[in-house]
Ligand binder design. Structure first.
Ligand SMILES: Cc1cc2nc3c(=O)[nH]c(=O)nc-3n(C[C@H](O)[C@H](O)[C@H](O)COP(=O)(O)OP(=O)(O)OC[C@H]3O[C@@H](n4cnc5c(N)ncnc54)[C@H](O)[C@@H]3O)c2cc1C
Length: 386
């Protein structure tokens, strides 16, 4: 099997890296270190960086041109994801990675024209309103209701763990249009957050940030023209979203871990423990596991590059990267000791990696986008046919 990129893909990579050199003022980690920045300024930075990327043709890389994309393939998109890890993350990650595929597969042409370009440019930032206090793993238990109001609907209910809820302009919502039909009674709505009947409350996380929040609906307007698909087709569309949520980062995770591993190896060299057999074994195992992850990522990518959609193999990747991220961060805290626990910017802290933050943040990885237990159920049933 030849896993090398083609000449055109190598050219794309080199153009991208040239563009980054000219346009990226400083790495994201320096923005995080800058005491002048706060959550709001950092988010605005992400939004303006997204605008720049869009203008340069680096967003929607593998999406059709008629909706603002660049018409290349998923491989160029994966190269982009892997090579821009030092840059600010885009503001509309949830919109582009999750809602984007749902719009491409299920929306009307008018809806695609209306929503995709502004999503790509960052003019409209999106969040995902699926989970509720009593509907997470069992998503079909959701109770947010969409009550008919003339042509349109009014939303009543609550969403929770809504990533970027506090910063977003729009939310895509699963709401119940038929209380009797568990799966067929769910509809997929696009809803603006800035309107009466919507309240967004930030939730403070263990990292100290409020990246996500709760969204309360009390009579918010959900327009008929902003339903994706038909009334009652929400579950089917949600499945597209979830498959892309689990499978959209095939090469980005191993590339991110390359960076983290480099810092770990540098750290154990500096503290003189790399020669110890137990340390070498631990670091060696982490390096090998990252290569296993990359190989799996190539498999998903190859499937998608030949026209497939992410299937149950995305669950394999999800379990692997999320649990690996915890093993890696815990190992760094063990092997680098006190130095790794200091926040970036503190005297004596490591300069390239904020391991303390990483160790707290990666706890969420085995919960978000479907817990490890749920992924293992999927692997057991759909891959191993147990
Ligand atoms: C950082 C973060 C960001 C998130 N962002 C969003 C977002 O933007 N939008 C959104 O809609 N949601 C979001 N979520 C919510 C996420 O999708 C849910 O937390 C997740 O699906 C789990 O649901 P739950 O929290 O209700 O846990 P529960 O479903 O209550 O699960 C509790 C425990 O029971 C286990 N369990 C449940 N059912 C089974 C079963 N059948 N078999 C075996 N074990 C089971 C679970 O694995 C878990 O350990 C986010 C979550 C996190 C942590």
């Amino acid at each position: 099997m030849d896993l090398r990129f083609s000449k055109e893909q190598e050219q794309f990579r080199s153009d991208l890296n040239g563009w980054l050199e000219d346009n990226l003022e400083r790495p994201w980690i320096e923005e995080l270190r800058d005491p002048e920045n706060n959550e709001k300024t950092l988010f605005e930075l992400r939004r303006s960086w997204q605008g720049k990327l869009y203008q340069a043709g680096y967003l929607g890389i593998h999406w059709p041109r008629q909706w603002g994309g660049r018409g290349l393939t998923i491989v160029e998109h994966a190269i982009f994801m892997a090579d821009t890890l030092q840059a600010p993350p885009i503001a509309s990650r949830v919109g582009i990675n999750l809602l984007g595929p749902a719009l491409i597969h299920h929306a009307s042409e008018e809806q695609r024209q209306r929503f995709i370009p502004k999503m790509l440019s960052g003019e409209e930032v999106w969040c995902q309103g699926f989970s509720e206090p009593d509907a997470g793993s069992d998503l079909a238990a959701l109770r947010t209701r969409a009550v008919p109001d003339g042509e349109d609907f009014r939303l009543e209910g609550q969403k929770v763990w809504t990533t970027f809820g506090p910063w977003s302009d729009w939310i895509f919502v699963l709401a119940r249009t038929d209380p009797e039909d568990r799966y067929g009674g769910i509809t997929f709505f696009l809803v603006p957050l800035d309107q009466p009947g919507v309240e967004v409350r930030p939730i403070r996380q263990i990292t100290g940030e409020s990246e996500f929040g709760e969204v309360f609906f009390s009579g918010a307007l959900a327009k008929r023209e902003h339903i994706i698909g038909e009334i009652g087709e929400g579950w089917k569309i949600a499945m597209t979203v979830l498959a892309y949520e689990r499978g959209s980062m095939s090469l980005a995770h191993p590339a991110r871990f390359d960076h983290n591993l480099r810092d770990l190896v540098r750290g154990v060299e500096e503290n003189g423990t790399l020669e110890r057999p137990d340390v070498r074994e631990k670091v060696g195992r982490l390096l090998i596991e990252n290569e296993v992850m990359r190989a799996n990522g190539f498999r998903t990518l190859a499937n998608m590059a030949s026209g497939g959609t992410p299937g149950p193999e995305a669950s394999l990747e999800k379990v692997f990267w999320s649990e690996y991220a915890q093993r890696l961060a815990d190992s760094a805290l063990d092997l680098l000791g006190f130095q790794a626990q200091l926040q970036v910017g503190a005297p004596g802290a490591r300069q390239e990696m904020n391991w303390g933050h990483e160790a707290l943040w990666v706890r969420a990885g085995t919960i978000l986008a479907g817990t490890s237990e749920i992924q293992r159920n999927i692997i057991a049933k759909r891959i191993l046919k147990l």
